[in-house]
Design a protein around this ligand. Structure first.
Ligand SMILES: *Cc1c(COP(=O)(O)O)cnc(C)c1O
Length: 359
């Protein structure tokens, strides 16, 4: 059997043990004679799965009862809108513009601006330097319903190491591409959200973790109301049952290997190997500024479009997939999320060295 080193930005690689477990349980989950895909979401079997998924997350992230965990659909892209609908109060909202997805969240708020009476301030932006670095944020901030930030800029390859925390302003964070990759303090945030297809499992599930006092602030259409989903334990309608099951297996795996401290150690080591080589290479140049670099998405290029193309083809011939960078940045991007193995990073660097020698 062949397993490719898949450097996709998402959907991305899953731990092999998770896929094997899913395979083993495909036709007969735990003696039920059913696949999880065939089960009623109201059954006791599925209830155990969703409760275990929540329990795992609470353990991994140290989440207390004053935060609610919601298993939703619609992707992070839908949350760009629903977070506005749920969290808006005075209408004054703040955004940090640090990359493509941060901008998309901002644009979603702009779409809702008139209907929701919003006053939107971009309090920090690194647009001017093409999002190669993270923007400096103000020392103080006051009077906003929330501050929105994207913790890891998937396309540009930059990542916040610390977060802007202002007393009285709920910090709302799109963590789609780095959640569960490192420890952080959930109590610093009003709400975090993430599509599952990078570090949490597979597409079709959107995780929202929200502080209890931020629920029920507004009259929101039921299907978009976080309070409705919280009151119904994410089962106001049929949740994405199979992605929740895979998410449960992924969090089982994380707990087994030693939790976020251990995965953080592994992620730092993988990124170090790649950046160390990029820093000494005379062919490849890292795209993001050194102090803004992401541990999850490593962006680089040769500075020559033709050579970039050749390199992308070269990696494909040698067992790698999806190293081509996003069209808005160009060059290459190696997405090395939690499940991407260190052996893959080592093999990639070997291949890059060989390509460098040949060119
Ligand atoms: C992938 C990604 C998104 C988009 O997620 P969808 O689930 O496709 O809506 C949003 N934000 C970030 C940071 C991402 O990496």
């Amino acid at each position: 059997m062949k397993r490719t080193f898949n450097l996709s930005a998402g959907p991305a690689m899953l731990p092999t043990s998770v896929l094997e477990r899913a395979q083993k349980e495909m036709l007969d989950y735990d003696g039920t004679g059913m696949s999880v895909m065939e089960m009623s979401h109201r059954s006791s079997y599925f209830d155990d799965i969703i409760q275990d998924a929540e329990k795992n997350l609470r353990e991994l992230l140290n989440i207390n009862d004053n935060y609610k965990i919601l298993f939703l659909q619609g992707g992070a892209s839908q949350a760009f809108y629903t977070l506005v609908m749920n969290l808006k109060q005075s209408g004054k909202v703040a955004y940090i513009d640090s990359g493509n997805f941060a901008k998309k969240a901002l644009e979603a708020a702009e779409e809702l601006k008139d209907d929701y009476g919003l006053e939107i301030d971009v309090v920090a932006s690194s647009k001017e330097d093409g999002y190669k670095s993270l923007p400096n944020y103000p020392d103080t901030l006051e009077g906003y319903d929330y501050l929105h930030i994207c913790s890891n800029n998937t396309i540009e390859g930059t990542q916040f190491k610390e977060f802007p925390i202002y007393k009285g302003i709920p910090l709302v964070c799109d963590m789609s591409s780095d959640i569960l990759s490192r420890p952080f303090n959930i109590n610093d945030f009003g709400m975090i959200y993430a599509g599952a297809q990078k570090n949490l499992g597979i597409a079709g599930l959107t995780l929202v973790i929200i502080r209890e006092d931020l629920l029920g602030l507004n009259d929101v259409p039921k299907m978009f109301d976080y309070k409705v989903f919280s009151d119904k334990n994410s089962m106001y309608n049929t949740p994405s049952t199979y992605p929740i099951y895979i998410h449960k297996l992924v969090t089982d795996w994380l707990l087994e290997i030693g939790g976020l401290e251990e995965i953080y150690k592994r992620n730092k080591e993988k990124a170090r190997i790649l950046y160390d080589y990029l820093d000494e290479s005379t062919l490849f140049v890292p795209t993001a500024d050194k102090d803004s670099r992401s541990l999850m998405n490593v962006t680089f290029s040769t500075g020559n479009d033709e050579l970039d193309k050749e390199f992308v083809a070269y990696t494909k011939e040698n067992g790698f997939e999806n190293i081509k960078g996003h069209r808005s940045v160009g060059g290459m991007r190696a997405s090395i999320y939690n499940a991407f193995p260190i052996e893959g990073v080592e093999a990639l660097v070997q291949l890059m060295k060989k390509f460098e020698e040949e060119n």
